[in-house]
Design a binder for this molecule. Sequence first.
Ligand SMILES: [Zn+2]
Length: 573
Amino acid sequence: MLRTRRARVGAWLLRAARGPEPGRSASGARGQGWLQPAGYDTGVKVYNSLTRRKDPLIVSRADAASWYSCGPTVYDHAHLGHACSYVRFDIIRRILTRVFGCNVIMVMGITDVDDKIIRRANEMPDLCLSPFGSGVRPGHHMSVSPASLARLYEEDFKQDMAALKVLPPTAYLRVTEHVPQIVAFIERIIANGHAYCTANGNVYFDLQSRGDRYGKLVGMAPGPEGEPVDSDKRHASDFALWKAAKPEEPFWGSPWGDGRPGWHVECSTIASLVFGSRLDIHSGGVDLAFPHHENEIAQCEAFHRCPQWGNYFLHSGHLHVKGGGEKMSKSLKNYITIKDFLRSASPDVFRLFCLRSSYRSAVDYSEGALLEARRLLRAAAAFAEDARAYVRGQLAGGSVQEDVLWERLGRTKGAVRAALADDFDTVRAVDAVMDLVHHGNKQLKAAAEEPRGPRSPAVLGAIVASVEQFFETVGISLAERQGVPGAGSPAALHSLVEELVRFRLKVRQFALASGEAPGEARRQLLLERRPLLEACDELRRDLAVHGISIKDRSGSSTWELLDSRTEDPTPRS
Ligand SMILES: [Zn+2]
């Protein structure tokens, strides 16, 4: 059983409830001041961090819901904690599109200039990469430019996401390619009276100018922790929009002198560049809510002079290790890289692992939870294979309780949709689908015990299609397991295995056919043909090593390709 915990919300609850303001909808104590947007109602109720309740998800238009996702800071390999967040939001995006008919335009910002990147580039040995992009202060002695290091890990990140079957965003936007736009964004915030420049060439957001509008999301003001003692801010809680250049750091020119953008303003600028003053959905890990998203909101609303920029903030829970509530992170050095993970487990198993907890929950990473996901996936795939064999008439079986199955199928479809519409409750949806698999299996088993009855291929076909469609929706392919992957010609390889299995079936049937021969002659015949039977078994075992699993049914043999990373680690005989 997968253990989940609710995301820690302690600090969020500290937010003082504000009274409703004129002209704003006020429907309940929480979320007052939030304006319910007009547009296309997706039919989904989503937990909105802005209101801390489930709100109807209404996007600007069905064909173009705008979604901004905070992307990675590209300074190292991504780990499983990142994978968990991006896979969970990928699942939500797929559900929105495929179940609720809402197409998403997703933009992801790539932070390719940052303290961590600069520090890492300084530590790296010379990789002979040519620097590009920004300038570097004279007198530098960097072996790898931060820009080159960032490109390297950006590519790495994209490869990891593809390996995890995470759909790419509609567009990636890099910070270093939008510095002039960021500068213009900051200029406008200053002009609107919400930021100031210091003598040292830093620009800060003036938090006091926002009044009680700051803290919409989390209700906290940034503290002075981690601030340099020589800070030239007016108030400890003000945050940097522009950082004056330091020696040996990349910099760009600006009206305030050479420097580089602060972190929060990158996302605000990029999201506003593409989507303007209205953003439907904003997503990220729960650790980004404060101060990052809170500051993004402050910047955007100061820039656009609008009462509400982002309408829905979705936050994913952390991946924890060792069940001790310890977040998987770079700094705690308790992480597994995505690449290492995928050497022994398939992306489908990881996806099912993610589906088995709410995207908002913290989730414990454990071998046991992974094995359970693997077992469920295997069970669903085995059912699909058996049901298909039944439809083809290859599985011995008679009547099934057709009306019971039709009823169950209808009920499952309704339950899945209702679960997904309730804040993307994938836990309930998977349970409903696995329950259908269970009942389908039960009927197939019962049918096998009464092989002469009437057959019901239609209902089993409908069930297997529905189960496969569910997994397909969330990015898991059961049917794909039929194909033979390979660089050459998958179709030719598939035919080859097909021929081999057919030949083996003929040999096996010959070996098993004792004919009409009586008594002693029959015994002798079986003895003579025994080596053939043994050879058939041997071939089955040998092909299993290559991931090809042959099942002998009554009168026929079927086969499927097993992804070794999806299978149980125990050897198959
Ligand atoms: Zn961001």
